[in-house]
Design a protein. Structure first.
Length: 134
């Protein structure tokens, strides 16, 4: 009983690509299709006037998709949280191909919904319910 979250940092990216709203919209669309996600509304975007960096957020039926770009540092951070498990995806390959990243760090984090102790108690209750009464 847990969700999965991917936290991705890509470095050495093409700075102008990180300030290109169309490229980031394409990123979100590609992640949504590849992960079989269901947006509940259109993504929201904010572009910072001084650096051109962009913050994006998409509310999903499964949780959320968010990014922050830093063109001045040639880096992007992406967060994908799904309340139901999904297979892994080649985030590193995508960022290298689409944004010219030279280094990509992908962390896959299991997000349990209940504490381990509660999980054991729940399993014990289920087992007790399966024992026939005589």
């Amino acid at each position: 009983m847990s969700g999965l979250e991917w936290v991705i940092e890509a470095h050495g990216c093409d700075g102008p690509a990180l300030a290109d709203l169309l490229r980031l919209r394409a990123l979100f669309a590609d992640v949504v299709v590849a992960r079989a996600l269901r947006p509940v509304c259109l993504p929201m975007w904010h572009q910072f006037p001084t650096t051109g960096g962009i913050t994006g957020l998409c509310l999903l039926a499964e949780s959320h998709l968010a990014c922050h770009t830093f063109p001045e540092h040639q880096s992007i951070c992406l967060d994908v949280f799904c309340c139901h498990p999904r297979p892994d995806w080649d985030f590193a390959g995508y960022f290298k191909r689409e944004f010219g990243a030279t280094a990509v760090n992908v962390r896959r984090i299991e997000r349990p919904y209940i504490h381990e102790r509660e999980s054991r108690q729940l399993c014990e209750l289920r087992r007790a319910d399966q024992v026939p009464l005589v």
